[in-house]
Write a protein that binds this ligand. Sequence first.
Ligand code: ZN
Length: 302
Amino acid sequence: MDRTEESLAAALAGGDHQVNLGFDGLHARGQEFQSVVQALGATAFALAGDEENVRALFLPPLITAENIKKTNYLASMPNLAGEVESFQGNDKDHRRLVQALEEGGEGWEDFFSPTGLVNLPAACENLYPLYAGRLDEPVRVGLQSWCFRFEPSPDPMRMVSFRMAEQVYIGTEDGAAAHAHSWSGKLLGLLTDLGLDVDSESANDPFFGRAGRMLAGAQTENDLKHELTVQLYPTRRTALGSINLHGTMFGENFGITLADGSPAHSSCAGFGLERAAIALFAFHGMAVADWPAAVRDRLGLA
Ligand code: ZN
C-alpha cells in the first residue's frame, strides 16, 4: 500500500467527493459522497431496530455554553473547542467595524463577543441535559449531528467540521456496559459487512496538557474507550469510530438519577460519517458503481 494523505486527497478531489474551502479540514462534498453519507446514517439508525425504547434525534451543530461547561470538555480539550461570537455593539461600534473592514479587516474580531453558544464537539453532549431528573426506565437514543473540532490537517480523515452518528444509553451500570458491548459488535459487524478490515483497540481521548495526560492514563487503565480502526495508510491505523463508557460522569454533572436516587451511568458508540465514507471510497474505488454489489446492497445504494 502506498497511499498517502496527499494521494487520498487528490483522488477524493478528482471524484468531486471533496472540495477544499480554503482551510485544512473544511470541505464541501459532491452529490455521490453525500448519498453515501446519508446511506451510512440511515443504516446506522436501522441497527437499533430490534431494541426497545429507541428514539432518533438530529442535532444542530451548536450546544449552549451552559451545557458544555458541565461536560468537562472545555477543561480536558480546550484546544479543540470553538466558541461562537457575534456583533453586539452599538452604532458607534458598528461604524468602527465597517471602517476596519474597509481598511482590510485587521482586528474585526475585537468587535465580536460571546453568544452563549459553542460549536458541538460530540453529538451525545447535547443529549444528557434533556434527561436531567429521575429516569423511570433506561434511555436509548440514536443521534446524528454536525460536530466541530479544531484540529486542521491536510489528512482528509481529519476534519474541523464533520458528521457523526451515535447511539447513547443512559441507565444502570450493567446496562451501560451491555450497550457498549452490543454496539461495539453492531458497528464492527456493519463496517466489516462494508468490506472494511476493522479492528477494535483500547484508546484515549486527546486530552490537553499534563493534567490531560493523567486523565488519559486513568481512561486506559479503566478500559473506558475503544476505537474501531482501519489501515488506511501504510504506517498507522485511523479511527472510524469509538465506544465510550462514561461511568456516572454525565449522570452526576447533569443530575440524571435512577429510581433509587443514585446517579445514572451512560455509554455511547458512534462513528464519523465522512470518515467511513472516505474509507469506502479509498478501499472500493472513487465511483460507487465500481463497489462490490454486497457493499452497495448493505447501504441500499443499488
Ligand atoms: Zn458520545
